[in-house]
Design a protein around this ligand. Sequence first.
Ligand code: F6P
Length: 505
Amino acid sequence: MSTKAQLQELIQTELRGIKFIVVSNREPYIHNWKDGRIQCSQPASGLASAIDPILRASGGVWVAHGSGSADVEAADASGRVAVPPENPSYTLRRVWLDKKLEREYYYGLANEGLWPLCHIAFNRPVFRPQDWESYRTANALFADAVLEEAGDGPAVVFIQDYHFGLLPRMLKDRNPKLIVAQFWHIPWPNRETFRAFPWKEELLDGLLGNDLLGFHLRYHCTNFLDTIDRSIEGLVNTEHFDVTRKGRVTVVRPFPISIDFDEHVQDATSSAIEEEVERWRQRLRMRQSGVELLGIGIDRIDYTKGIPNRLLGLDLFLEQHPEYHGRVQFVQIGVPSRIQIGQYQALNDELDRLVEKINLKWATGNWTPIVFFKEYFDQHQLIALHKLAQFCVVTSLHDGMNLVAKEYVASRADGDGALILSRFTGAAREFPDALLVNPFGIGEIADAITSAIEMNPEERRKRMERMRRAVKDNNVYHWAAKILSALLKFELPAPDTIGEFDPEH
Ligand code: F6P
């Protein structure tokens, strides 16, 4: 386990004199105009909330797309702004993309192409040549910004995610002295699936510009190596988990991401949290409705999250258990996301219809079974809701990790609460004590809801205790320290210490 202080020490001793540059599409702080004033907020992004504490600890530069309506005004002429606003500890360097570029590179190639391709959630990917052109252009614009920030000195560049498949090669070609690492936050599919990608040689060559390429799971690493083996020239070493291409080596490793466990515990046990819990009780009118048991689901509204199946599972549970009518309520928080994309609009409409249908079917008197909030809540509000909920449901059809599951567990400092978790999430590997379900199986979801409610409290506590231990031991600082140590010393963990590939998963 590493703490924030240990990570800080590692950075101060090992990174001394070396610039640390993080790159992501989504920025960690966004400035928007509201009622004639500039307001700064943190976007709803697992990635941004995982990396922000690391940058706060390390200092350095975060290069990201400036997408807020007041981002230009809040930054200097080079797009730089010191963040976090209340206690500046690193520089956010914004890259400007025009609307066409954003539409084609981010919504198009990244989110209509690579996202469904890598998740294999039965949503057909769309590959438009002009989107690929814009993906290239956007990657090149980010390369310019990173190279400017790196200057002539030694620098470590840590790239996030599938928006930047071409960036590593672009950086290495222009400055071979840079150490470049990338973490791919979503799954990497099997080679049969990946072969549908029309520009696979160029993308794979781009990724092999990295010195280190990280995935959540060993399974994704294996898929990647297998894809390389079948798609482009390069020497794949399945024992060492690396690829040699053009005389250079890219090391491929699993690093399961996590959260700031201590921060969650601190907030969950603060005196301020009780007021927030009370605000939830009032918002949900729990006293008036007589609800005794609360279940929650918290997601970006994304088809990979399996929200309709979750609601159908709840519907079946209500059908099978009339004794819980009036006593159990399910709160679904859905943060609108990527709404310009047709499949996301369709999902939003489907959820509205489904919630209405289920509520109409079962509601009585003051009780409605589902309360659906289509809005963003901050971390403090979510921790309060976690505390109030007897069970949390995560039913992703496929998810690289899923940090909501870890956040729920971390918030339950009281040791209570049950987690229903899709087997097809990275988190399921770390939580054998969750109630694991196949998210396509509505019956399994209904049964798991019953088990979560009826489980003997002793058993529930034991499971929660073990899950809490897992998050405490592998917190986000531990994740970052492992990646940094691997990069700086090139002492990479041997692949055989990582856990066996489970073909069932
Ligand atoms: O899960 C992949 C991911 O890119 C996360 O890293 C990120 O938090 C999430 O999707 C949100 O995506 P976007 O930035 O497109 O809103």
